[in-house]
Design a protein around this ligand. Structure first.
Ligand code: NAD
Ligand code: DGY
Length: 316
């Protein structure tokens, strides 16, 4: 039997994909809106999605669907409980971003700790040219070697950030789960990490348990010059609480690659803030060329192994 594969948001993956090595019919769309999903997936056994949500109501109308191949690590757009109930498997991409995301994290930390954007602005404004000294020293510069990084999430990316941070001489603390009474070997209690860290970097999946991992209480526990880095998912941070912590100088700065709504169509408390110590990048940490090549290979490999009856990278 020929298997029908539909990629709902091919436009979200700037990479070449090889054809799966089995008889198939392939259809792809640059983008798919929620109201187009069920029509486009009619008769399909395999759906590929990067960020197009698949809900319980959609699954009810898709009796042929067997596999949702997510073209990303984060599976938050998929209703996993509904997939289990409908016997639809879900797989994702793993460990492909182990260099690209940690490098992006270090870029954000360095830019914030060395005041890169403020110094660039000074030069653009002609202030160096008018300086009486050979250099400008308007903005504080902190060395990473004196700093402690608290990492939340000890998976591929948390471990990758730890490796780079150690190479910069940073002390690394892995945080235990929020609200966990017992601390596992190799972890430090959640609140202690918040209090001790100069940099806090989030590498948790988006799910109910991680929603607003950082909110008012957590910002109040941090050092006044702490830097918060989020390259995981926007839902991990209470954005109103972060905007308040930044504007009240409760923390030192933030570097974000992800926000709660992407692309941001409505107003967002962080995009509206325009704070000098806030750097926002447009969910581009995953775009390293090696990472894209690995993601593409895994995506097709996941589909082939599922069809061969030996599925891997299954989330459910
Ligand atoms: N910005 C980007 O471009 C980009 C790229 C890749 C991944 N991501 C995001 O980064 C996240 C992490 O990626 P990864 O490859 O490290 O995933 P991973 O699955 O390897 O690691 C996640 C870790 O979080 C832990 N965890 C799960 N629930 C937890 C909880 N409630 N409290 C504490 N720890 C918990 C898991 O045990 C695991 O160790 C992804 O889920 C994705 O959302 C973003
Ligand atoms: O989860 C991921 O892999 C990244 O966010 C890119 O989609």
């Amino acid at each position: 039997m020929t298997c029908k594969i539909v990629f709902l948001d091919r436009g979200s993956l700037p990479a070449t994909l090889r054809a799966p090595r089995f008889a198939h019919e392939w259809q792809d769309y640059p983008q798919t809106s929620p109201d187009q999903v069920t029509a486009r997936l009619q008769g399909a056994q395999i759906a590929i999605t990067n960020k197009v949500p698949i809900t319980r109501a959609m699954l009810q109308a898709l009796p042929d669907l067997q596999l949702i191949a997510v073209a990303a690590t984060g599976v938050n757009p998929i209703d996993l409980a509904a997939c289990r109930d409908h016997g639809v498997s879900v797989c994702n991409i793993r460990d492909y971003a182990r260099h690209t995301v940690p490098e992006h994290v270090m870029m954000l930390i360095l830019a914030l700790s060395r005041n890169l954007l403020a110094y660039r602005q000074s030069v653009d404004a002609g202030e160096w040219q008018q300086s009486s000294q050979f250099c400008l020293f308007q903005h504080p510069v902190r060395d990473l070697a004196d700093m402690t990084i608290g990492i939340f999430g000890k998976g591929s990316l948390g471990e990758g950030v730890a490796r780079l941070a150690q190479a910069f001489g940073m002390q690394v603390l892995f945080a235990e789960r929020k609200g966990e009474a017992h601390t596992r070997p190799g972890y430090i209690p959640f609140d202690e990490v918040l209090a001790q860290a100069d940099v806090i970097s989030l590498h948790l999946p988006a799910c109910d348990a991680t929603q607003h991992t950082l909110s008012h209480r957590e910002f109040a526990l941090m050092k006044r010059d702490a830097l918060v880095i989020n390259t995981a998912r926007g839902s991990l941070v209470d954005e109103f609480a972060l905007a308040e912590a930044l504007s009240q100088h409760r923390i030192g700065g933030a570097g974000l690659d992800v926000i709660s709504q992407e692309p941001p169509r409505d107003s967002n408390p962080l995009l509206d803030l325009r704070h000098p110590n806030l750097i926002i990048t447009p969910h581009c940490a995953w775009l390293g060329s090696g990472a894209l090549a690995e993601l593409s290979g895994q995506l097709i490999g996941n589909i082939e192994s599922f069809v061969a009856g030996q599925p891997h990278n299954l989330v459910t």
